[in-house]
Design a protein around this ligand. Structure first.
Ligand code: ADP
Ligand code: MG
Length: 341
């Protein structure tokens, strides 16, 4: 007799959830992505105990009808793509239709949503994948998603979480990545019941960067150029303004901050020996390119991307960034000094 049997859906969803949701920061990433995909212009994020006890994200986006609220936490349900080919012209952050299902399978999930044109909203309460309650509720338009007691019933997963303080840091880092690439959206962040950061809708990335990091405008060199596949813009830090860590280096493709394995290498080529070892410049490099030139579906967390013509792209990037840097610095034999212009 055979010993292989299919797993039930609750089990497969929970196993797969491990690839998408590993800590509060990934809950925040997915919920904020959904709010941005819903065209929100104001997003509020509140966490308790580093997000382990609760994460709440509310937005003023397009909301969901009752029918959609009842579907949204099921696996592979999405309003964003319908065929694999749609990935070729993807314009949303989400597309896998598995974030809410994954979250629902490892926590207590509460979704409240109201489209602008509806008079009332819908609230669902889901406990570890099981729908417990549906109500019609009065609320402002938009969506509120609350995730309580992450991994409470999965001690094997919970023990991999760090202290609430450490988890809160990771949450903020995730939020930072969103705030930088979506300056036109206002953000409010609360942790442990206290407001920690607020930035209204801004007209430019630079304004948002100043909100986030203080007025470092003079330390930044703006750049913009075309590469074969698209447009690259952003800011490089002056080689005199260095950090001991790489925390201030952001690389985004089509408004998704990603880890591109060659980014550090590109920066080291661009700055060369202008900077001492163990010190790192600021870098905000944003690429907009045809979605068919880049694969974002490498990793369930969408952390990584792959470029179709990676080598060419990397070389073009080094060349243009280096030029932008050189243009704004006058290089001397014994070192460098700033040009007087
Ligand atoms: P995906 O984002 O990959 O489509 P999710 O599981 O994150 O998958 O969400 C499922 C669906 O629920 C989305 O496609 C969207 O239609 C809906 N949804 C989720 N969050 C929101 C939100 N904040 N506002 C409006 N609709 C939402
Ligand atoms: Mg999503």
């Amino acid at each position: 007799m055979g010993i292989i049997r299919p797993l039930d859906e609750a089990t497969t969803t929970r196993i797969a959830a491990g690839e998408v949701i590993d800590r509060p920061a990934s809950v925040v990433r997915e919920l904020v992505d959904n709010a941005l995909d819903a065209q929100a212009t104001e997003i509020e994020v509140s966490i308790m105990d580093g997000g382990i006890s609760s994460v709440e994200v509310s937005d003023n986006g397009i909301g969901m009808s009752r029918e959609d609220v009842l579907l949204c936490y099921h696996n592979h349900t999405t309003s964003k793509i319908s065929t694999f080919e749609d990935l070729e012209h993807l314009s949303t952050l989400g597309f896998r239709g598995e974030a809410l299902a994954s979250i629902a399978s490892v926590a207590f999930l509460d979704v409240m949503s109201r489209p602008r044109e509806s008079v009332c909203g819908t609230r669902i309460v889901v406990e570890y994948g099981e729908l417990k309650d549906v109500q019609e509720i009065g609320m402002g338009y938009g969506t509120v998603v609350r995730v309580n007691q992450l991994f409470e019933r999965l001690p094997a997963r919970k023990k991999f979480l760090q202290s609430p303080m450490q988890e809160a840091k990771l949450v903020y880092r995730e939020l930072l990545k969103k705030m930088i690439v979506f300056p036109e959206c206002g953000f409010l962040y609360r942790s442990e019941g206290r407001e920690r950061f607020r930035s209204p809708a801004r007209r430019s990335t630079l304004e948002r960067i100043v909100d986030l990091f203080g007025d470092i405008t003079d330390e930044l060199i703006p750049f913009e150029f075309a590469v074969n596949e698209g447009r690259v813009h952003g800011f490089l830090g002056r080689p005199t303004y260095l950090k001991p860590q790489k925390n201030f280096q952001f690389f985004a493709v089509n408004r998704r901050v990603v880890e591109w394995k060659l980014f550090s290498f590109v920066l080291s080529q661009v700055y060369g020996d202008l900077i001492p070892p163990q010190r790192h410049p600021l870098a905000f490099v944003f690429v907009e390119m045809d979605p068919s030139e880049v694969d974002v579906n490498v990793h369930p967390m969408k952390r990584e991307v792959r470029f179709r013509r990676e080598h060419d792209f990397q070389q073009a990037l080094v060349h243009h960034l280096r030029q932008s840097l050189e243009k704004s610095l006058a290089l001397g034999k014994s070192g460098f000094f700033f040009s007087s212009s």
